[in-house]
Design a protein around this ligand. Structure first.
Ligand code: FES
Ligand code: FES
Length: 405
């Protein structure tokens, strides 16, 4: 690892730093006091790096800096200009795990999993630098990371198995390539101005599986042709989507826009791009990809397919959305985010119906507020829980004879 560069800056004064993180070059402008761990988590959305003690004691925050293990809580991001960082996100992908990740899984080497990213990268560093490490030395070699679940025995078995299988060298990290990160693209050489946010002119979907997929089908009384007339007009589509707005037509069926969502105390305001990638008037199919970035550091990307099918009595509007979340929006959890998205699509379908039936090109009514979405989602949940409770009361669980209740 190269020595961190010395930096002199006033408190709060932003310092430009360019690093390669999991194979992608990123440029950030950060106050000098921001640690590498905070830069990764809060500015790049890579929350796999965990913080325990923030004092260099627990090793939870271990990442690779220029190929060697380092505690991300003890390094300031601005000192790492030009450094190459690998985090647990770079080690493997859900569909292509690194052998260490496979071994941790098969040996049950994680309980709560909080120490796992630190152990994985610490083990990687050990096996990369000392592939012939003796099994009996593993406890000392890996003592730099603490597991509060005390799962050490299984962790040692997992690392020992990988060491035995790869005496000639541990396989390279498997997920280092070009990724969409929430930060910024590298500044152009010589450019002093603030770099452009990633994806300002380009939509790039993340690799791997979406965070969740939403499928909604709604029966409309409007004919497929009238429904398609709405879907074929991107301004109307946006107007029917709660909280969304098109601000600029960029040509080639690409659009700039914004969307506002609030869930409880979290308010998100996304600015982003959308692009129509399929517009089939014959089959009444519209495929849109979009991405938005929240100023507070959240990113959502989606592939949305809308199909208007003839039913005889009207139209069946099918909406399928594959949604990718990173950053603080991801903390909502899949279930709640999925429910909110489903509500949005239901309200979208209702607005499409209203517009198709009335034939009014401008939306007279305001799209439903995002808080209403949450309220509707929670109300639906409450109804479901109520139904379950009533079912449980009517059908109490049976207990085998002789068992105590
Ligand atoms: S959080 Fe960095 S060592 Fe504990
Ligand atoms: S598995 Fe919980 S801290 Fe290690």
């Amino acid at each position: 690892m190269t020595l961190p560069r010395p930096v002199r800056a006033e408190a709060g004064e932003p310092v430009d730093v360019t690093m390669t993180v999991n194979g992608t070059e990123v440029s950030l402008s950060l106050p000098a006091r921001v640690t590498l761990a905070d830069a990764l988590r809060d500015h790049l959305g890579l929350t796999g790096t965990h913080l325990g003690c923030e004092h260099g004691v627990c090793g939870m925050c271990t990442v690779l800096v220029d190929g060697s293990a380092a505690r991300a809580c003890l390094l300031f991001a601005c000192q790492l200009d030009g450094a190459d960082i690998v985090t647990v996100e770079g080690l493997g992908r859900p569909d292509d795990l690194h052998p260490l990740q496979e071994a941790f899984g098969s040996h049950h080497a994680l309980q709560c999993g909080f120490c796992t990213p630190g152990f994985l990268l610490s083990s990687y560093d050990l096996l990369a630098h000392k592939p012939d490490v003796a099994e009996e030395d593993l406890p000392v070699e890996l003592s730099g990371v603490l597991c509060r679940c005390t799962g050490y025995r299984n962790i040692l078995s997992a690392v020992s198995e990988v060491a035995g299988a790869h005496r000639d060298g541990i396989p390279e990290p498997r997920n280092c390539g070009h990724h969409v990160l929430m930060g910024h693209t590298a500044a152009k050489p010589g450019a002093k101005s603030a770099p452009e946010p990633v994806g300002v002119e380009e939509i790039e979907l993340p690799q791997g599986d979406p965070t969740f997929t939403v499928e909604v089908t709604q029966e409309l009384t409007a004919s497929p042709e009238k429904t398609w007339a709405v879907l074929d007009d991107i301004d109307l589509v946006a107007a029917c989507l709660p909280g969304a707005e098109i601000t600029e037509h960029l040509g080639d069926d690409r659009y700039r826009g914004q969307a506002r969502v609030s869930v409880g105390p979290i308010r998100l305001s996304f600015a982003g791009l959308a692009q129509v990638t399929e517009r089939d008037a014959e089959a009444h199919r519209l495929r849109v990809i979009g991405q938005g970035e929240d100023v507070g550091g959240g990113r959502t990307q989606a592939v949305i397919l809308l199909v208007a099918e003839e039913t005889g009595a009207g139209t069946r509007l099918r909406a399928t959305a594959q949604v990718y979340l990173t950053g603080r929006i991801a903390q909502f959890g899949r279930a709640l985010a999925g429910d909110v998205s489903r509500r949005m699509f239901e309200q979208f379908a209702a607005a499409v119906e209203e517009t198709a039936v009335s034939g009014v090109r401008t939306t007279a009514r305001k799209p439903p507020g995002a808080l209403a979405l949450l309220a509707a989602t929670l109300a639906a949940k409450a109804r479901e829980w109520g139904r379950r409770l009533r079912r449980a009361e009517h059908n109490p669980p049976t207990h085998p004879k002789g068992t105590q209740r």
